[in-house]
Design a protein. Sequence first.
Length: 265
Amino acid sequence: MLNTTKRKLNFQKNEDNQPLTLLALNLYKWFIIFPALLMTTIIIGSCIVVISIFGFPAACSQKLASFWARINAKVCLIKLEITGLENLRDNQCYILVANHLSLIDIYILYGFLGKNLKWVMKKELRYIPFLGQACVAMGNIFVDRKNTEFDLKALRDAKKNIARSDCIIFFPEGTRSRDGNLGPFKKGAFRMAKDLEFPVVPITLHDTHHVLATDSIDWRPGKVLMEIHRPIEIKSETDPNKMSFESREMIRKSLIKKIEAQNAE
């Protein structure tokens, strides 16, 4: 297993942090970040629901969602570096698969990929006020992680509503990592890729758990890297299991390479 927690970035708590710095960060967290995240979700989520009711083009909802993600990433003081954007061609649909370390991942992917995205997400998110209604309005795909039959049915039903301009994004681990390790990949993304004949693009997210860890509100500003890998093209003989292994290996090796580079500094 890959341990991505070996090195802590310098914006995390350590003995060198000054009390005034920690106080300033906590004040910013409670009086700027949390109110901003709440208000943008309520306002923009409501706008997405309203424009979907009145039949506005889906592109309008996508632009609002991207704006929501970008403004929240900025409020969270994330310094983002992106590599590999040239691997995403215009007017090409993809199945995107990314590792999942933090809630921050959603802001990074939604805000900065520059693609129309449909998310595959756990069904519990449907019931979050404003956010859930907005996700339903945008045609995102809800699955039950504990019910494989429901999972496959949701993915089959979703195919009917996928436009040729859409990319579908999965966290194939199924949940956020709680220890920084890269978990096993579920196969739904890769079965759908073969059925739709969409290339698979693995995406590695680095260090988002250092900004906001799973099951924590201990936020810290910091640097994040999004690495977009080369597409895995689909052929008639392509095996979903092989695609899953190849995608996971790309992400795993990228995480190891980044840790080794950090440790060498």
